[in-house]
Write a protein that binds this ligand. Sequence first.
Ligand code: DHB
Ligand code: FE
Length: 284
Amino acid sequence: MNAHISASVYTSHVPAIGVALDLGKTDEPYWQPLFAGYEFSKSWFAEHTPDVVFLVYNDHATAFSLEVIPTFAIGTGARFAVADEGWGPRPVPDVVGHPELAAHIAHSVIRQDFDLTIVNQMDVDHGLTVPLSLMCGQPTDWPCPVIPFAVNVVHYPVPSGRRCLALGQAIRRAIESYPDDLNVQIWGTGGMSHQLQGPRAGLINSEFDRAFLDDLIAAPTELAEKPHVDYVREAGSEGIELVMWLIARGAMADLGGGPPPTVRHRFYHVPASNTAVGHLILEN
Ligand code: DHB
Ligand code: FE
């Protein structure tokens, strides 16, 4: 049997969540309601640990900089070190990759006309490690290999929602053509509404976020038509991170003609640092 995608997971990646975990502050009144929303998810993940997580995230000028800005970059290395974002690396394990599956996906997706940058070596920042911490807790080793897939949502031009959804469909075809029986989850991370800069810093739009979650579940093709300017205007300059969720959503079975996914878990909480936190688990 070939590889398959069993589920998709969506979550925000707020760096302060990582700090709260690393400093043992999860029971403090500010953080308790946030971490409570991930209790189900941690036991779900422990019961449904896949063979590989394909983790769509954005780098925050850590592995990349203004010198090189790939739109879509796939981590094909065997290991990815945890980045030092200015306060030393987070005390979490290095990420073990899956070079064989990653190389296969790169090959297949490029042949489906998406230009991926192949990255054999890079450090991974909070965009990748915070979602892992939220879903896996604080293990000494991450429970499975992870293929990092970095999307440029930091420097314009950034990819459209439509392209992200179509890329997800191409990734599903790539995974389903891998000739090993691997159970793969695809994660879409970043968001929800937030703006870290300028006069609107602190912006949060719960109405937008809740509608985004509704549409991501039930109307992803329509949602993918949302123009960038709507994200920026309504969800803040960093709200554009949400386009990455469409890559994971595009990889679900219904966008390849299969049945709609089951919503296993949905959570929304405001605020965590400057950000609205959204979280979904969809099963095929
Ligand atoms: C915050 C959110 C982000 O997405 C990020 O990359 C950095 C900071 C915040 O809310 O503080
Ligand atoms: Fe971010």
